[in-house]
Ligand binder design. Structure first.
Ligand code: MG
Ligand code: MG
Length: 274
């Protein structure tokens, strides 16, 4: 991971623009996800939309990744490669998407339910997303990386879930992965101090069962060692005037799905125009 690079207000606005291209992409995908659809079809929709916005897919070709989206169903945690296997009722899929415009990246993720899912899995999604917001709210002046990780870890562990250790959140800017590393576990009061001008991708990856992982022979796909499902939610957040400012939004997803949510309230000074 690269060094920590503090951003100017102008640079933060450019990251916001790229982040919101990703947010709108996820919103479009939300209404396409249903049994029978393949992840490769979703990938094409995303690539077309991102290019129509005057942006480049952020993941395509990055470290030689072959597609626009990382799509990771069920026991896959992250970095799944889109394929032609139809989605099935009861699946969950994590979709992670990046966009590059004006030299700055957006990068975030959401785990979607395909039709009706098991209540136990539904709860995993809810808790993982709640842990993301715990992390976002912890990203403020006076706190450190370890405080944020501790918040996410505490909530997820108290629900009996496995917190993935090998993959972490990161700084975001002109590079997809900048410092600091942002683990989803940690000790309070430890690690790098949060500073105004930092932009983070905060991204809990939480397993229903064991925290242990394995990797497929494709060299990309990370999945749970025990075959149980895993959830992944990610936001892009800037630290401004000592407080977290959400640059990405799940509101486009909720608008597509007809969901009401106030989870982003108080986390954005710049109003979002849907
Ligand atoms: Mg991501
Ligand atoms: Mg990321």
């Amino acid at each position: 991971m690269g060094s920590i690079i503090l951003k100017s207000l102008e640079q933060i606005e450019l990251i916001r623009e790229s982040a919101l291209i990703v947010s709108r992409t996820l919103g479009i995908l939300a209404s396409e996800i249903k049994p029978g659809v393949t992840s490769l079809e979703l990938d094409k929709i995303a690539e077309t939309y991102i290019r129509d916005q005057g942006a480049e897919p952020g993941f395509l070709g990055l470290y030689d990744f072959p597609n626009t989206l990382c799509i990771s169903p069920n026991s896959q945690i992250v970095h799944g490669i889109p394929n032609d296997i139809p989605l099935e009722e009861g699946d969950i899929i994590s979709i992670d998407c990046g966009a590059l415009k004006n030299g700055f990246y957006g990068d975030h993720a959401y785990t979607f339910a395909v039709g009706n899912i098991d209540p136990e899995v539904e709860k995993l999604l809810e808790v993982t997303k709640a842990s993301l917001y715990e992390g976002v709210k912890c990203f403020k002046e006076g706190n450190r990386v370890g405080d944020l990780g501790h918040k996410i870890q505490s909530l997820c562990k108290s629900n009996g879930y496995g917190v993935v250790r090998e993959l972490v959140g990161h700084g975001l800017g002109a590079s997809m992965h900048e410092g600091p590393e942002v683990p989803n576990y940690g000790k309070r009061g430890t690690g790098k101090k949060f500073l105004n001008g930092m932009v983070l991708a905060i991204e809990p990856m939480i397993n229903l069962g064991t925290h242990r992982i394995k990797q497929l022979k494709d060299g990309w796909t990370i999945l749970t060692a025990d075959g149980k499902v895993s959830a992944h939610f990610e936001h892009n957040v800037a630290l401004l005037d000592g407080k977290p400012e959400l640059l990405s939004s799940f509101k486009y997803i909720y608008s597509s799905l007809g969901i009401k949510s106030d989870e982003e309230e108080g986390l954005r000074k710049t109003p979002l125009v849907l």
